[in-house]
Design a protein around this ligand. Structure first.
Ligand SMILES: Cc1cc2nc3c(=O)[nH]c(=O)nc-3n(C[C@H](O)[C@H](O)[C@H](O)COP(=O)(O)O)c2cc1C
Length: 202
């Protein structure tokens, strides 16, 4: 059976309020971003969102109803360095770039900081907070792989947008959730989104 999508978290699993920045770029897979936002609770955590210029274009192609921002999520303009996370004095606990283009991934790997999305990634790296990238591209070039290597050496977590099929997902959303569950795991948010691989019972 596929897991239900509810927040049935045990008291022992409750975690501190986190400041989380969700950055959305112009890679295919806007639904990954939507499902992550749908599964982050803005009453439990401080959730910020920023979109690259090209994210808007891909969202228009892939999400017929547009991106739904849950109540309480704070959107930020790409060009405003007034966002709190643009400074090392106020970094997020975690930043997720989902889905992440090879362009943004390369710019982060090489320290470009010309807009607030890239600056935030630079801040998260220098302040040694958690940076999770969800790259989406196929096939990969040597340049992509070298950038992956550089980012891994810098402590970035790479969670490619590769869904898993062993849990019997029946819809695109359930497949997408197999990736989103791993992202939530790495932020440190307990979730029942995708079933876990467990030992077979005798
Ligand atoms: C419909 C559509 C899908 C795209 N999918 C991808 C993709 O999966 N991966 C990628 O690296 N770029 C993809 N691109 C290209 C990027 O949007 C483009 O390189 C853009 O300059 C990236 O800018 P950004 O990184 O600031 O979002 C796609 C573009 C469009 C219009």
């Amino acid at each position: 059976m596929f897991a239900t999508q509810s927040w049935d978290i045990l008291p022992s699993e409750r975690i501190n309020r986190l400041k989380i920045l969700v950055a959305i770029t112009g890679a295919s897979g806007s639904l990954y971003a939507q499902r992550l936002l749908d599964n982050l609770d803005p009453t439990a955590h401080e959730i910020h969102v920023v979109l690259s210029q090209y994210a808007q274009q891909v969202i228009a192609t892939e999400l017929p109803e547009g991106l739904r921002l849950p109540a309480g999520v704070k959107p930020h303009g790409l060009k405003s360095m007034n966002a709190p996370f643009a400074s090392g004095s106020n970094p997020p606990d975690a930043m997720v770039v989902i889905p992440c283009t090879m362009g943004t991934l390369g710019r982060i790997a090489h320290g470009y900081s010309e807009d607030v999305l890239l600056r935030a990634a630079d801040v998260v790296l220098k302040e040694k907070r958690k940076l999770i990238l969800v790259p989406r591209e196929t096939p990969l070039s040597l340049i992509h792989v070298k950038n992956f290597e550089l980012l891994l050496l810098a402590g970035v977590t790479l969670i490619p947008a590769n869904p898993s099929f062993y849990a019997g997902a029946r819809t695109i959303t359930e497949l997408v959730d197999t990736v989103v569950a791993r992202v939530l795991d790495h932020i440190g948010i307990p979730n029942p989104l995708a079933p876990r691989w467990t030992e077979e019972r005798e």
